[in-house]
Design a protein around this ligand. Structure first.
Ligand SMILES: [Fe+2]
Length: 430
């Protein structure tokens, strides 16, 4: 669906589809599951369900519904995430101490806002609806981002429980890593950024030219087996492989393996959304920070791709935006499958760290008003990831999509694709 093709009926149908999907994801979780905040980066499931509702209430209903009044005054405060222009908000790190509204009452809030959005969309005149459509569409994509976060966050919550609760998915049959191949990309003066009439976030704009030296991209993600070799070769003990900030985190946080790996009787196990299982050497490694990805690349004598190299390489390779995304309900990376001579796993499995800082594109302008806080104000101290992961809703990602996290983040499902040639290998002497 592209901008300008929405009718009230299609808009309401898509609204219902996106909103009900969030509820389907939350359905296997008890009210107690939905209340836990296991670390500051994690939000409780019921908070995600309420916050995406607050988004529609704040940015769609408040300015357009005749006689608007908030569903509940304090929800305005509780479920604002980071919008300074909307007003004060409850401390992010303390979301887990809020027992009320409970999961059931959040459902009532959702139902109330849903009915009011449907009413509004079906009663607005054509001109007014056209103006509001882009905000409603932003609300769909915002809710999809939280659908992914809901899964990433509950994975952490459940991983801390000795009962080893299962959310969903099942282990795949054990696999052997296949040989890593390379795809040559010509480079030159290329276009990156969102193009066409379909939806994009503001941070994907404007489309612009960049110059790329010829380069190569690995044809699949780095595997657990390869990561075990890095560990066995002292990867987490050799300062010469690490960026200075990364090495400081290795020391201060005691990193010696990916985030969800635990060693038991000399065997590495991994927490997943389907319980704790032996690490499968054929699957892509996940839940590594940018610092770890960069150290691995240094160990392998390679580097991480820039975001422009990733986007151009994937576009040059052609193909659909499909892969192991959340619609397959594996909720975990899968093996790359047989070599094809082209890029495998570009979408799905694991978000791919790039060596690019998250910065505005030339000519970037955030939107006016509170909604301008959506992306632009985070363009400091974060790195770009590309592609998508096994927890990303199908249809949510695209070649120009820019995800971003601080370089030390590990709870997101982030992995590694190597690059070679082209851009320099980094600014540190190793
Ligand atoms: Fe949000």
């Amino acid at each position: 669906m592209t901008r300008g093709t929405w009718t009230p009926d299609t808009l309401i149908a898509r609204y219902d589809e996106v909103r009900s999907h969030t509820e389907r994801l939350a359905a296997p979780l008890s009210p107690e599951d939905q209340t836990v905040q296991s670390m500051p980066d994690v939000s409780p499931t019921k908070w995600h369900r309420a916050h995406v509702t607050w988004f529609f209430e704040t940015f769609v209903l408040a300015d357009h519904e005749p006689g608007f009044a908030p569903f509940q005054d304090q929800y305005w405060f509780l479920f604002n995430s980071y919008y300074e222009a909307v007003g004060p908000r409850y401390a992010r790190a303390a979301r887990g101490v809020i027992s009320r509204p409970g999961a059931h009452d959040v459902g009532i809030y959702r139902g109330n806002v849903d009915a009011r959005v449907r009413d509004l969309v079906s009663t607005l005149d054509h001109g007014a609806l056209e103006k509001l459509t882009s905000t409603i569409e932003l609300g769909f994509h915002h809710e999809q981002q939280h659908q992914e976060l809901l899964l990433m966050d509950i994975k952490h919550v459940l991983s801390l429980n000795p009962l080893q609760p299962v959310y969903g998915g099942a282990p795949s049959a054990p696999t052997e890593p296949d040989r890593l191949g390379w795809v040559d990309v010509e480079g030159g003066l290329v276009e990156i950024g969102h193009r066409g009439a379909g939806f994009s976030f503001d941070n994907e704009l404007p489309e612009h030219q960049v110059y790329l030296e010829p380069y190569r991209l690995a044809d699949r993600l780095v595997t657990n087996g390869e990561w075990l070799a890095f560990m066995a070769d002292g990867g987490y003990r050799r300062a010469d492989l690490w960026l200075s900030d990364g090495w400081a985190r290795v020391q201060s946080e005691g990193w010696r393996a990916p985030f969800y790996w635990v060693e038991a009787d000399g065997v590495w196990l991994e927490h997943t959304l389907h319980g704790t299982w032996p690490v499968d050497p054929g699957l892509p490694v996940g839940h590594v920070s940018h610092y770890e990805a960069d150290a691995y690349a240094a160990w392998a004598g390679k580097r991480l791709p820039t975001e422009a190299e990733w986007e151009h390489g994937v576009r040059a390779a052609g193909g659909d935006v499909t892969g192991n995304l959340a619609d397959l309900e594996t909720y975990h990376p899968r093996a790359a499958g047989p070599a094809t001579g082209r890029l495998r796993q570009a979408y799905g499995d694991c978000w791919e760290w790039t060596s690019s800082a998250y910065l505005p594109y030339p000519g970037f302008h955030p939107a006016d008003g509170a909604i301008g806080e959506y992306n632009g104000k985070f363009m400091s101290g974060q790195m770009v990831l590309r592609g998508g992961c096994a927890l990303t809703p199908a249809g949510h990602t695209r070649p120009s999509y820019r995800n971003f996290f601080p370089p030390g983040s590990r709870w997101a499902l982030s992995g590694v694709r190597l690059a070679d040639g082209g851009a320099p290998t980094g600014g540190v002497a190793r």
